[in-house]
Design a protein around this ligand. Structure first.
Ligand code: IMP
Length: 425
């Protein structure tokens, strides 16, 4: 029965792909449960680097069934490009990937609206990835979205498209002064994807439950992170889905009693892309060094990520809303070069000390972190293969994070390679 959820504990980009990769040997199925091609992970096939946005990282292992579940929003053009790219590299993605017919489609007007809304927001913009994610989930919630299964019934597809375009074209033309979108052009393009997608589309909930019934190992792989969660993140500076552990249940279609492990992925510092509050953000030379050493540039948009010290208030909150059974600490090696490190253990705002995330978002915007300063280790860790061989200050740093977060740190990653992961317990 074992099902594990892998969740980002910060603002995304924590290295979830690495955790999935590490567990892949013992895994039969990897299910992506929310988000779309706003996510990105880099995988290495032979000498080549491949950037994936929609397909679960398990694709690299021939024994793993990669599943895109109902909670995901799919841009079919992007999906087919990724599948083609993997096929060119000698993998067999068309025969292995399984896609839920209930997943919603990202349409051309979603991409356009994402751009227009951001532009209209001006300085208040969210810094979205402009992939149409928000507008696609908005249509889903408004019950005017088109789903993957609609591609296989031309009559229904056209009828639904006509209904939604009726309204969307008014918005495009009257609100934004843009040309109306052409139903025929969209229908021709999208219905044209049906034939290639069809063999992969199935009842993924049934597939998942059959796998659990035969005791297969399943990973439910989240995209983005806890603080970008639509309900539990730093709203409105969030994505439009639920990356938290609960989102895995709704997105994939299973009950909480089927889950036996919730693995939170957290960097040894913090990064964030896009706008929104970030109390421990660094604006100095230390921040720049972390960005450069850590290669902190987005996989999807190439944007420079904002960086900051480890934030235990955020980690404690992530622990609360996800119920982590384990933490996977990534990118410890990025901190090798620093003489001293800081960890935010509380915030101060409006004359009060906050041990937990302040309930009112506006407090977060001007929260002053209370830092504990600790000794750095100033030595390379990337070649270390046993946890006990880490320098004493590095182990002290990890102990401090564990004690502050309230969840056991089970793995520590000291580099991108598979072997560069130290098992702590
Ligand atoms: P959207 O998901 O494109 O609507 O973007 C909403 C917010 O989530 C923006 O701040 C993005 O930068 C952020 N975001 C979306 N996907 C990711 C991701 O995979 N990693 C990090 N941030 C992301």
């Amino acid at each position: 029965m074992p099902a594990s959820i892998i969740v980002g504990a910060q603002w995304g980009d924590e290295g979830k792909g690495k955790a999935t990769d590490l567990l892949a040997d013992r895994t039969d199925m990897v299910v992506r449960y929310q988000g779309g091609n706003n996510a990105g992970h880099t995988i290495v096939v032979g000498d080549e680097v491949l950037k994936l946005h929609l397909i679960p990282s398990g694709i690299l292992y021939s024994h793993v069934v990669p599943v895109i579940a109902a909670g995901v929003v799919i841009d079919p053009k992007v999906l087919l490009e990724e599948l083609d790219g993997l096929e060119e590299k000698g993998l067999d993605p068309f025969a292995r990937v399984r896609i839920s017919g209930d997943a919603h489609l990202i349409m051309p007007y979603h991409r356009e609206l994402d751009l227009l809304i951001e532009r209209r927001l001006g300085k208040q913009n969210l810094g979205t990835t402009r992939r149409g994610i928000g507008p696609a989930y908005a249509d889903k919630a408004s019950r005017v979205g088109l789903r993957v299964q609609d591609l296989f019934d031309e009559g229904i597809f056209r009828k639904k498209l006509e209904a939604v375009l009726d309204h969307t074209n008014l918005v495009l033309t009257r609100v934004y002064g843009r040309p109306a979108m052409d139903l025929e052009a969209i229908a021709t393009e999208y219905l044209g994807y049906a034939e290639r997608l069809s063999p992969m589309v199935t009842d993924t909930t049934a597939l998942l439950h059959e796998a659990l019934e035969r005791d297969a190992n399943v990973i439910l792989e989240g995209a983005q992170g806890t603080m970008l969660d639509l309900d539990h993140g730093t709203y409105p500076f969030v994505t439009s889905s639920n990356p938290v552990a609960g989102g895995a249940l709704t997105g994939a279609g299973l009950g909480p009693n089927r889950i036996d492990r919730v693995i939170g992925i957290t960097k040894a510092y913090v990064t964030r892309v896009g706008t929104g509050p970030f109390p421990t953000e660094l604006f100095d030379e230390v921040g720049e060094r972390i960005t450069d050493i850590g290669g902190e540039y987005g996989t999807t948009t190439g944007r420079r990520r904002r960086v900051g010290w480890f934030d235990a208030v955020v980690a404690r909150y992530a622990q609360r809303v996800n119920g982590f059974t384990d933490l996977f600490l990534t990118k410890l090696d990025v901190l090798d070069a620093f003489d001293e490190l800081k960890v935010a253990v509380a915030y101060h705002a409006d004359g009060e000390r906050h041990h937990h995330l302040p309930p009112h978002q506006s407090l977060l915007h001007h929260a002053e972190p209370e830092y504990v300063t600790v000794e750095g280790w100033g030595a390379p860790t990337s070649d270390i293969t046993r946890y006990g061989d880490l320098p004493r200050p590095a182990r002290d740093y990890i102990d401090l994070l564990e004690q502050q977060c309230g969840a056991p740190i089970t793995w520590v990653s000291v580099g991108p390679g598979r072997a560069q992961t130290l098992e702590r317990r």
